[in-house]
Design a protein around this ligand. Structure first.
Ligand SMILES: Cc1cc2nc3c(=O)[nH]c(=O)nc-3n(C[C@H](O)[C@H](O)[C@H](O)COP(=O)(O)O)c2cc1C
Length: 218
């Protein structure tokens, strides 16, 4: 099986968490005997080849980060340049990943992705949904291995059957919603430790005004 993978993140390859996920997932796919070619939409020079690959092949996998609860504008822009496939038989699957960990906050994006393949005269091949990926960019090697090894395993399973319609993919999301005490604890940590870290990071980047500054409020 040969798969066309499209990275829908606007972040360049070097900084894209989605790219790290694709690399791990692709490694798993190869272990199961599948092959793939990858296009990153952050590089507009790759768009023409990505379109060509979409029209030529029948197994498409779009990997994307959740941006403001739904799909990145850049990916939408690319999809709007595609015309419907003349012949049916193409299947589009998705890897939807995000920063926050609860599965429930990715479901709106997932619903949108379910109806997308139909617009292009393609079938929906399922969606691998998982959050808690903010840290990929700054993770050390051990942390990276912990985050990415499960994606490698998913790649192996996807490479064997070509869809996400298997039980492990459904369980992959993790908790749909955190238990109430954990939500209280997280709210407290966000208001204290995380806030302090955000302020320090902003200062390190040269930010001189408070993070809640509203210069245009008046
Ligand atoms: C502009 C922007 C909007 C984001 N919106 C969300 C969001 O609504 N929910 C969420 O859980 N994560 C959100 N994130 C976090 C990303 O989904 C997450 O960091 C992802 O791993 C980024 O992948 P990438 O580096 O390939 O773009 C957002 C990140 C950015 C930069």
């Amino acid at each position: 099986m040969h798969v066309v993978i499209i990275n829908g993140s606007p972040r360049t390859k070097k900084y894209s968490n989605t790219d790290k996920i694709i690399q791990a997932f692709g490694k798993g796919m190869i272990q199961s005997g599948a092959t793939y070619e990858l296009y990153s939409l952050s590089d507009r020079k790759e768009w023409e080849d990505a379109r060509e690959a979409f029209y030529t092949h029948t197994r498409i996998l779009i990997a994307l980060p959740l941006y403001v609860e739904c799909i990145p504008g850049l990916l939408l822009e690319f999809l709007e340049t595609l015309h419907k496939k003349e012949e049916n038989g193409t299947e589009i699957s998705f890897i939807l990943q995000s920063g926050f960990a609860e599965g429930c906050q990715l479901r709106c994006g997932e619903e949108f992705l379910k109806m997308l393949p139909g617009q292009l005269n393609c079938r929906y091949g399922g969606c691998l949904v998982k959050g808690d990926n903010f840290g990929i960019r700054i993770a050390d090697d051990n942390q990276l291995e912990q985050i990415l090894t499960p994606y490698e395993k998913m790649g192996e399973l996807y490479g064997a059957c070509g869809t996400f319609e298997f039980a492990e993919a459904k369980k992959f999301t993790g908790p749909e919603k955190f238990a109430f005490p954990i939500r209280i604890l997280l709210a407290f940590l966000f208001k204290t430790v995380a806030k302090k870290k955000f302020i320090e990071a902003a200062k390190a980047w040269g930010c001189t005004q408070p993070l809640d500054d509203r210069p245009y409020a008046e």
